[in-house]
Design a protein around this ligand. Structure first.
Ligand SMILES: *[C@@H]1O[C@H](CO)[C@@H](O)[C@H](O)[C@H]1NC(C)=O
Ligand SMILES: *[C@@H]1O[C@H](CO)[C@@H](O)[C@H](O)[C@H]1NC(C)=O
Ligand SMILES: *[C@@H]1O[C@H](CO)[C@@H](O)[C@H](O)[C@H]1NC(C)=O
Length: 291
């Protein structure tokens, strides 16, 4: 019988006795985005398991759907509790795939977990430099507001109780953003704080940062935010390398880049809701980092 077992069958057997991560692929943990949950990632888990048999893929079932509007620091605390036991079990480390808003939650996790063993951090169409654009979500949340007015809500203490306001980045309201943003401005080190050095060290424990996004996304605005580009006050894109926090290396991005540990993957033809279901995306931008 033994000769009929192929390598993947063998790995599957070994995984049953919990040796999977020492012999095969590292576990993959998925953090979902705004207004979704584990259900939307069933297909992605299948794609991963098909390509890398025996991989233990977990989609964290927390703050799903409407609850995804919970302020991001609160979500980070919740996700930390779920993540911690998994990373402690995984002696050789884990990989994180974080979609959309989940990419910002993952940065919060990676900055504040001192002893994490996350290897690849895959940021899948995530507004890493913030969001500024009219989208269906925005129009539904704030039906009587145009994007230029959203700052009135978002840059207030009440607004900051909504996840989306934690990364709303109005390029015409920089001062208010810096004054009120409780999340993005701190993560990006735009607003200096006492934990910056520690957060940077924690973040730099990852061995690879993979930034995936593209011009046909339709939700992340500007789409370049998925690669740390963002609007200046003329709404012209300033690319990552010319952003102040890159130049000053405030959270480690420049160091990652210099170490050769930053991979950027731009694909066209992918709408926001399709990044995690698209096999081409997986093969071109994700698969090689999940070993
Ligand atoms: C997969 O990972 C989860 C979370 O750590 C764990 O509970 C489960 O036992 C693992 N499954 C296998 C087959 O190793
Ligand atoms: C904005 O555009 C105007 C006119 O094109 C230009 O003079 C100005 O320097 C620009 N400002 C920035 C910050 O790029
Ligand atoms: C899948 O990704 C490829 C490569 O970017 C793209 O051309 C194609 O349109 C995508 N398909 C869907 C359904 O998103």
């Amino acid at each position: 019988m033994t000769e009929l077992l192929n390598v993947s069958g063998l790995l599957l057997m070994l995984c049953g006795v919990n040796l999977c991560d020492t012999l095969g692929y590292k576990p993959v943990i998925i953090v979902h985005g705004l207004f979704d949950g584990p259900k939307q990632f069933v297909q992605m888990a299948r794609i991963i398991e098909k390509a890398h048999p025996g991989t233990n893929v977990s989609v964290i079932d927390l703050y799903d759907n409407m609850a995804s509007l919970t302020p991001l620091w609160k979500q980070v605390l919740g996700f930390k509790k779920a993540l911690y036991p998994i990373i402690q079990e995984a002696k050789n480390g884990v990989h994180l795939i974080c979609f959309s808003q989940g990419g910002l939650i993952c940065r919060g996790l990676l900055s504040t977990l001192p002893d994490h063993n996350v290897q690849s951090f895959i940021s899948l169409s995530s507004p890493q430099a913030g969001q500024y654009g009219d989208t269906a979500i925005l129009n539904w949340l704030f039906p009587h507001y145009l994007k230029a007015k959203v700052f009135h809500i978002c840059y207030s203490s009440i607004g900051q109780e909504l996840s989306i306001c934690n990364f709303w980045n109005d390029p015409h309201q920089k001062e208010r953003f810096l004054k009120t943003s409780k999340y993005l401005a701190l993560l990006n080190g735009e607003k200096p704080h006492s934990k910056m050095t520690v957060w940077r060290e924690n973040f730099l424990r990852i061995s690879k940062l993979v930034l995936i996004g593209g011009p046909d996304d339709g939700v992340i605005t500007p789409w370049e935010s998925s690669q740390f580009g963002f609007y200046d006050n003329n709404e012209t894109i300033v690319e990552m390398k010319n952003q102040n926090w890159y130049v000053t290396d405030s959270f480690g991005l420049k160091t990652l880049h210099a170490r050769g540990d930053l991979a950027v993957c731009v694909l066209s033809g992918v709408k926001h809701a399709n990044w995690h279901n698209n096999e081409t995306v997986f093969r071109s931008c994700i698969e090689e980092w999940l070993t």
